[in-house]
Design a protein around this ligand. Structure first.
Ligand SMILES: Cc1ncc(COP(=O)(O)O)c(C=O)c1O
Length: 399
């Protein structure tokens, strides 16, 4: 008996020939994964990539992106999550339980500190902040309840580059797991696993996406048991990413090295120029001589992200600095970085990190963070020059 057309369309027998190959990977979308028989369904194994169980837990598209991110980071296994912040939360949730303590650098990504202050506290997990330039101080803080040490290189916004080797040694020698937020390094500037770090997460939202149009995070490991432990939490929480987002990151990943180095060159050129401007008290860019943690950056990295902060002199008012930011035309006001458009954000350090703003000399003044896009450096410099003139007026450039 001929089948109803609706049935026929859903169960149509045609299969395209196997063996199609192209430089671009295919995009597979599915919630249900079909098993050929009951035995295969019962034999499914979530621990490896030999097969598929359910769309949430992996498709050829997400497996491919996981493998490529693991390769970028120099790791062996990778999990994808819907944002960089979700990657931080996943690591915390997988590794911490009531009564545990987690240590965070005092310049950690703000929402990571907020997560510790709010959710982790509610679950009975305590946290303390450490000075990332002082490895012996971290060693002295580690106690029997310390289960995880977060690392970030450099710190968000204030850009101090930590003594990564010293911090990792302090944690490892005491048997404490380390997790690195490698969003700035992107797997290009340095290898987290080469330093002995256990877990490397990244906001793929930034460099691997590069388009400013995807939110995604990754958690990469080198140890199978640690990976399986985190993967179970990943499954319990129902985390996954959309195939079209994975496709966008796969497409951009081929150019991550080129974009990273282009933005690095542009960032260093503009940062060096700004450091010579009379309105500027200090430029916080880890690759610049004299920057906080510069020696650690030199010992660890072969490149730097196109991201830096500028401390405007205290003689200017906050309103004047806001006028400078408002006067910029090519640098647009907004969070995030590593996309094609240059961005700028003025930060209120006194509210964000009151202790540091009071006590650290390099943080005196008004902080504005610049992230370089892919525009021509000469145009970006001219944009900053006209905004300096509009906001601070009459100060003559020394160059
Ligand atoms: C250092 C760092 N880590 C994590 C994140 C979080 O990434 P996402 O925006 O994808 O949540 C960001 C975002 O700005 C970041 O700068």
């Amino acid at each position: 008996m001929p089948r109803d057309p609706s049935t026929e369309l859903i169960h149509h027998a045609y299969r395209p020939p196997a063996g199609f190959d192209a430089p671009q990977p295919a995009v597979y979308k599915a919630s249900t994964v079909i098993f050929p028989d009951v035995a295969s369904m019962r034999a499914r194994d979530w621990r490896n990539k030999q097969g598929y169980t359910y769309g949430l837990h992996g498709t050829p598209t997400t497996f491919l992106l996981e493998e490529r991110i693991a390769a970028l980071e120099g790791g062996r296994q990778c999990l994808l999550v819907p944002s960089g912040l979700a990657a931080i939360a996943l690591v915390n949730q997988a590794l911490l339980a009531q009564g545990d303590e987690v240590l965070l650098p005092d310049n950690a990504y703000g929402p990571s500190r907020e997560l510790a202050r709010t959710e982790l506290t509610r679950w009975g997990v305590t946290h303390r902040l450490y000075d990332p330039l002082d490895a012996p101080a971290l060693a002295a803080m580690i106690g029997p309840r310390t289960k995880l040490v977060w690392l970030e290189a450099p710190g968000s916004v204030t850009m101090e580059f930590p003594d990564l080797a010293g911090l990792v040694e302090a944690a490892r020698s005491r048997g404490v797991t380390t997790a690195l937020d490698n969003t700035w390094g992107a797997g290009v500037a340095f290898g987290g696993f080469d330093l002995g770090i256990d877990i490397v997460m990244q906001a793929l939202t930034k460099f691997p996406s590069g388009g400013g149009d995807v939110l995604m995070g990754s958690v990469t490991t080198r140890d199978q048991a640690l990976h399986e432990h985190i993967k179970l939490t990943h499954m319990h929480l129902g985390l996954g990413v959309a195939a079209n987002d994975a496709e966008l990151v796969l497409r951009s990943l081929a150019t991550v090295q080129l974009r990273y180095h282009a933005q690095d060159a542009a960032g260093r050129e503009l940062a060096s120029w700004l450091a010579r401007r009379p309105e500027v008290r200090r430029v916080l860019h880890p690759a610049l001589e004299g920057a906080p943690g510069h020696a650690h950056w030199r010992a660890t990295c072969t490149a730097a992200a196109g991201l830096f902060s500028v401390m405007f002199d205290e003689r200017y008012s906050g309103a004047q600095v806001d006028r400078f930011v408002d006067a910029l035309r090519l640098f647009r006001i907004g969070y995030s970085w590593a996309g094609p458009m240059s961005l700028v954000v003025p930060y209120e350090l006194a509210a964000m990190r009151p202790d540091a703003a009071r006590s650290r000399d390099h943080l005196r003044g008004h902080l504005v963070r610049f992230s370089l896009g892919l525009e021509a450096v000469a145009d970006l410099q001219a944009d900053i020059e006209q905004a300096l003139e509009a906001a601070f007026g009459g100060v003559v450039s020394p160059t």
